[in-house]
Design a protein around this ligand. Structure first.
Ligand code: GTP
Ligand code: MG
Length: 183
């Protein structure tokens, strides 16, 4: 059959924003999704998550693409690793904890630094934002999050923001569909 196009995706965002939870939900479950077992497996995938050390590499396929995702640690001590993967990446997923008002300014700083980097600045790569943790009662809307991050200032790159609840898997497929359509 036809070989799927291979794409490298860099998953960035502050620690605790939900990157690994999102990637785990996008990966197919280890067990074949037969009847009852599905929900179980999906819940387990959302629960076993621990803070990422350094980064993890995950692979999964969509209908037309073969994804290699670099799931980076968001902890400040590991953020210096991010830039080493800019050159080889074809798309970015940037995850925000919508309920973390205090650190929204930190997220914006990291985003500004990212977009100023020479390996990113002139690249026309798509950027998908997940305004994650929409289930929490203090969560801001995706519109509010995009205002706080000044996403309207992004030049030369198609971008899109999706509200998501990574634990339940809500909003993730919409995001992936957008990404797939913009690769
Ligand atoms: P680092 O690896 O440290 O950079 O963090 P991360 O961005 O990978 O976050 P991770 O996926 O480890 O999730 C952090 C915590 O948030 C975990 O306890 C998750 O269960 C929880 N979490 C992730 N997504 C959601 C969500 O949509 N809603 C809620 N309520 N909790 C979430
Ligand atoms: Mg992680």
């Amino acid at each position: 059959g036809l070989k799927k196009k291979e794409v490298n995706v860099l998953c960035l965002g502050l620690d605790n924003s939900g990157k690994t939870t999102i990637i785990n939900q996008l990966k197919p479950p280890n067990v074949s999704p037969l009847s009852e077992e599905w929900k179980h497996v999906s819940q387990a995938q959302a629960q076993e998550i621990v803070p990422t050390i350094g980064f993890n590499i995950e692979k999964f396929k969509s209908s037309s693409l073969s994804f290699t995702v670099f799931d980076m640690s968001g902890q400040s001590r590991y953020r210096s690793l991010w830039e080493h993967y800019y050159k080889e990446s074809h798309a970015i997923i940037f995850v925000i904890d919508s309920s973390d008002k205090l650190r929204m300014v930190v997220a914006k700083e990291e985003l500004d630094t990212l977009f100023k980097h020479e390996d990113i600045r002139c690249k026309k790569m798509p950027v998908l934002f997940f305004a994650n943790k929409t289930d929490l009662k203090d969560a801001m809307s995706s519109v509010k999050v995009s205002q706080m991050l000044s996403l309207e200032n992004i030049r030369d790159k198609p971008w899109h923001i999706c509200a998501s609840n990574a634990i339940k898997g809500e909003g993730l497929q919409e995001g992936l569909d957008w990404l797939q359509g913009n690769m």
